[in-house]
Design a protein around this ligand. Sequence first.
Ligand SMILES: [Zn+2]
Length: 249
Amino acid sequence: MNADLERIVALQKLVSASHDAERRLAEEPERQQELETRLETARQRVAEAKERLAQNQNARRAVEKDVAVHQGRLSKFREQAMAVKTNQEYHAVQKEIGFAQGEIKTIEDKILELMVDADDLSATVKRAESELASEQKAVDADRRAMTAELAAMKTSLERIAAERADVVRGLSPQALAIFELVLRRRNGVAVAQARDGICTVCHVRLRPQVFNTVLRNDQIIQCDSCQRILYYVPAAAPATSDTVPQSAQ
Ligand SMILES: [Zn+2]
């Protein structure tokens, strides 16, 4: 392969690798935010469950006060019942007693209902707390993995930058100028593999004469359509591991 062409293909790999790493680095604040949101959602569930339990306990204290009030009235009516003089008074007091007893029964049913609810609500609080604890563990693990990944990425970016400077030093100024121009204009992908007579990035069919020249890999040839620098990987070579990302067009 032509020395410049070989360096250009190598340079493109380095450029693409550093773009990928930079993109990943740029996503970091968003990924951190996602982790924080996961924790916040779990904390919110605990807070809501506790709030519902507290409301239940407040309601129970309130109705227990009501019971005390009605029991007070009930004992007062019972005292009055001892002291009544007429049948009419007796019936009136009995009516009040019946009413107070009815109220107490209703409130006691309500207390029972609140107690049953409280069991469910306490279980919900416990469940939410244990979910928060496991979410915290998972998020801590993700954060550690992310920190390690970032450190590795920074190291690899430094290595890529050094290799890139090395390759650029060996490249002829003309070849570098073409590479940089196409790189800017073509979304970070300045080279394209030619295969079966086609530019594999823009998918336009090359003129047979152009393709035949590209097959020799002995000069800088640009695609007529996308201007990318064309190169050819012989079929025997492991094409998958030796190609440049073709996502950008
Ligand atoms: Zn092309």
